[in-house]
Design a protein around this ligand. Structure first.
Ligand code: SF4
Length: 348
């Protein structure tokens, strides 16, 4: 068996502690997902990531707290106003708290994400964060996954205890969405300027995206020194316009996770790498982080994802154990062993 010299050169460079550039990232994405070259790229990324993060897994949780007909009409999201798939719904505070406690009382959650629609009630969000900060462990980070916001709002979010924001200039933003790419980028700057952790992601990946498009979108997160990078595939939903392109496999998603991992060697701010939705191929290709989900979910035709696509914290812990992680970032901020006994306890 002969491997291409160019591939060996790139992987040797990574083994020596250097990151890859855009041209090299595009080259690595160009191998067929079933090829031995792609398997080798995933194996090297797995090694680089486990070394970097001390073989420690991370579980995060997201609560989708509302459903509204969203004017952004993203061609991959079930909440687009055009698609009329749901009745509007605002989750009462008591239910948000109940869900947050269900996540945090496992003792295994590192961050709690609160997700709204693109347009959201800022004052209501602030009130929700204040309420959550009174009830959940201070070590659990709160991350907002919301629409665009300005500097004043970013400062206010930080002041009430928000630690980070999930924000992305999506693949084909402004083409497959009604959103203004410039505003999305501006919010990335706001997040950095006010000192919130930026949670970025290469998403929503579909078979129609070229390697060059993927690389450009992926490197933006690295250029902004995101605290978390990730990759997420678009989920096929029959009623949505982008369903015509189909869906990529978890194996291809894992290849993108691997390239994110190798490209992120040059990002000193990176704390972890996630794969959405949670799966073991991604967790053995560079990702060390997965999400539990409850409430609304843009990839789910059920208004309560907990009973459909959403994974529980226990599912995520078990998946990390099965993927060979030997420790876990616990909800109290400590790192503890992730053993067979921990997983057995989950099943009792
Ligand atoms: S992904 Fe977000 S911005 Fe796009 S339609 Fe769904 S809720 Fe709106």
């Amino acid at each position: 068996m002969r491997l291409p010299f160019a591939l060996i050169d790139v992987l040797d460079k990574v083994a020596d502690g250097a990151g890859i550039n855009k041209r090299e990232a595009s080259y690595l994405l160009g191998f067929d997902e079933h090829s031995i070259e792609a398997s080798l790229i995933r194996a090297v990324a797995n090694d680089v990531s486990r070394e970097r993060f001390g073989n420690c897994g991370v579980v995060q949780g997201q609560i989708g707290v509302e459903i509204m007909p969203c004017p952004a009409n993203c061609g991959f999201c079930v909440f687009g106003a055009k698609y009329k798939m749901f009745e509007p719904y605002v989750m009462p505070e008591e239910e948000i708290l109940e869900k947050a406690l269900a996540f945090s009382e496992t003792g295994r959650l590192s961050s709690l994400f609160i997700m709204t629609m693109h347009q959201f009630g800022f004052d209501r969000l602030v009130k929700t964060i204040e309420m959550l900060r009174h009830h959940i462990l201070p070590e659990i980070e709160i991350v907002v996954n919301i629409g665009d916001f300005d500097r004043k709002q970013g400062e206010e979010l930080k002041a009430v205890g928000v630690n980070g924001a999930y924000h992305v200039l999506r693949l084909r933003e402004g083409i497959d969405t009604n959103l203004d790419p410039e505003k999305r980028v501006k919010t990335l700057g706001v997040i950095k300027d006010v000192g919130l952790d930026l949670h970025y992601c290469c998403e929503p990946l579909g078979p129609e995206h070229s390697n060059e498009e993927i690389v450009e979108q992926m490197f933006r997160g690295i250029e902004y020194e995101c605290a978390e990078h990730a990759a997420m595939k678009r989920v096929w939903v029959e009623q949505l316009p982008l369903a015509r392109f189909g869906q990529i496999t978890e194996l291809r998603l894992a290849q993108v996770v691997a390239v994110v991992t190798l490209a992120s060697v040059n990002n000193p701010a990176l704390k972890h790498i996630a794969v959405h939705e949670p799966n073991k191929i991604g967790l053995t290709s560079g990702a060390n982080t997965v999400y539990a989900e409850s409430g609304s979910n843009p990839r789910d035709c059920d208004a309560e994802t907990e009973t459909c696509r959403g994974r529980t914290v226990d599912d995520c812990v078990e998946m990390l154990f099965d993927s060979g992680f030997s420790s876990l970032l616990y909800g109290n901020g400590c790192v503890g062993s992730l053993t067979h006994e921990v997983c057995q306890h989950l099943q009792i």
